[in-house]
Design a protein around this ligand. Structure first.
Ligand SMILES: Cc1cc2nc3c(=O)[nH]c(=O)nc-3n(C[C@H](O)[C@H](O)[C@H](O)COP(=O)(O)O)c2cc1C
Length: 270
């Protein structure tokens, strides 16, 4: 099997899935001496053109885990935007130290439905968008070294007949229900970021960072439309003017910090 081009495809509001996708795809293309391209579908304007892949393409599809699954507002585009006739793919889910749950299995499932043969998979720990106390600084040097080994392993299975077996991660379970510190469900679906008017310079960076295009470019305090809680605006704001003050959101974040600060493990499937 000759691979002419390796693709890093990712949705990445806070940058970890991007970093991991570029690393894996870059390493694989170096080993194979093939071309390298990327498709970043974080921004809404980059979710309009359907990409078609042929047998000499290898797609590394990287998505963050949100509530144990593919981010639900992005799922339709993952289903629509990537089509293959026999092209191969690697499924990668990033997750912020709690659990990858069903996100990896769901990526494999959707890519298979899109016509790809999924030859490998990985769940990679990366800093939680909600708090740097959860997997802070990851992927770190050890993770990046592990990704280099994973790239070598991907190359070793490029001629495989059967898709990769994800074991118990094959199952796609319902979305994880976030909990508050007291163990009851945290209800913050309608929460939106608030803007500190004394800090905001109206530079518009947050508006450009929003994957849903929901933040007004001229009046960044105005958030119309959907907020998926990705924290992209908060991470992007150079003035530190954005935050969440929703009590259920804050309680959920605190629950995560109280229960999920151990060093979680990457999981590789070959
Ligand atoms: C709305 C939301 C839900 C999340 N749900 C989970 C989860 O269920 N399990 C987990 O371990 N991490 C979870 N995370 C953490 C992300 O998977 C992690 O921060 C990921 O690295 C973000 O990817 P990005 O940097 O490419 O945006 C969640 C993050 C967000 C923003």
């Amino acid at each position: 099997m000759t691979i002419n081009r390796v693709w890093a495809c990712y949705f990445s509001p806070t940058g970890n899935s991007r970093k991991i996708g570029l690393k894996i795809a870059g390493e694989v293309s170096t080993i194979l001496n093939s071309e390298f391209s990327n498709i970043d579908f974080t921004r809404p304007e980059n979710r309009s053109e359907i990409a078609h892949f042929s047998e000499d393409d290898l797609v590394i599809m990287v998505l963050p885990t949100y509530a144990g699954r593919i981010p639900n507002k992005i799922l339709p585009w993952v289903q629509e935007g990537f089509k293959a006739e026999g092209a191969m793919a690697v499924a990668v889910a990033t997750y912020g130290n709690r659990s990858v749950d069903s996100a990896l299995g769901e990526i494999k499932q959707v890519m298979t439905e899109n016509g790809f043969k999924v030859i490998a998979g990985a769940a990679i720990v990366s800093e939680h968008a909600f708090s740097s106390q959860l997997a802070g600084g990851r992927p770190d040097a050890d993770d990046m070294a592990a990704l280099e080994n994973f790239a070598k392993d991907i190359v070793s299975v490029i001629d495989r007949e059967e898709p990769v077996d994800l074991g118990e991660r094959e199952e796609v379970a319902p979305y994880y229900v976030p909990k508050k510190v007291d163990g009851t469900p945290a209800k913050f679906l309608k929460a939106k970021p608030v803007t500190d008017a004394t800090l905001c310079t109206k530079c518009g960076v947050c508006s450009k960072a929003c994957p849903m295009g929901s933040i007004d470019g001229e009046e960044p305090a105005v958030v119309e439309g959907i907020c998926i809680k990705c924290q992209g605006c908060i991470h992007a704001c150079p003035a530190g003017a954005k935050s969440f003050d929703d009590p259920d959101f804050l309680s959920h974040r605190q629950m995560l910090i109280e229960n999920f600060t151990r060093r979680a493990e990457n999981q590789f499937y070959i």
